[in-house]
Design a protein around this ligand. Sequence first.
Ligand SMILES: CC(C)(COP(=O)(O)OP(=O)(O)OC[C@H]1O[C@@H](n2cnc3c(N)ncnc32)[C@H](O)[C@@H]1OP(=O)(O)O)[C@@H](O)C(=O)NCCC(=O)NCCS
Length: 209
Amino acid sequence: MGTPTSPIDASRNRSPRVHDEVAAAGAVTVDGVELVSERLVLRPASESDLNFYFEMRNSPEILARADQEPKPRSLVERQLQGWIERWQEHGFGTWTIFDQDSDERLGRVELDPMGAGWAGISPGETEVGLIVHPAHWNQGIATEAAGLVASDCFTRAGVNHLVALTTSDNKASLRTLEKLGMRHRGQTQHESDPTTYEVYELARPAPRP
Ligand SMILES: CC(C)(COP(=O)(O)OP(=O)(O)OC[C@H]1O[C@@H](n2cnc3c(N)ncnc32)[C@H](O)[C@@H]1OP(=O)(O)O)[C@@H](O)C(=O)NCCC(=O)NCCS
């Protein structure tokens, strides 16, 4: 959440840099890292995901949560481009979640460096953001996908801890962060936005002796 937009929508454009590290988990793809569990495959977001993101972002359940007007396709396309470019700058970014068997798209997980202006949060702390298509809520998908991403960023990308921001009325999000083992760190507001967010944190596990 670099900017005080909805937690669902945080994203910015970044300049490209080639990423060529070898993954500790999953296979390296041209634009990033593919992560695999028994049920899910997480692939770096690509232009081919546009229809899915457009449809999901404008689904009634997400509109109700985001408390926003429908988003035009051109805006979703720009947002997707920013997610793709983030990979090249940071070596992490946005993954689209797929069902391993059917190859159906289910949602997305993203990692994004926080911007400036957040009380008690240093710029550059890595935020994890989650969204699952309403057709697939409450099947454990967000928890499983975020667990894969956390494990990858702690091992491969050298991230020390993750933060997540949500509002106190978002019970599904709060429960998901709790299931992920995240600790409540406090509250924050952006200097330009009166909304109060709950801040959760997950530290990189200590190495086993
Ligand atoms: C938050 C979100 C990503 C969770 O995705 P998901 O795949 O359904 O998550 P999971 O199935 O892994 O876990 C959801 C948990 O919340 C619980 N839950 C759902 N609605 C709830 C409610 N109203 N009150 C309390 N718990 C609730 C579920 O029962 C489940 O917990 P359980 O496994 O103990 O039963 C999804 O609801 C979503 O996309 N919401 C809109 C976007 C959003 O708010 N993102 C979070 C911003 S950080």
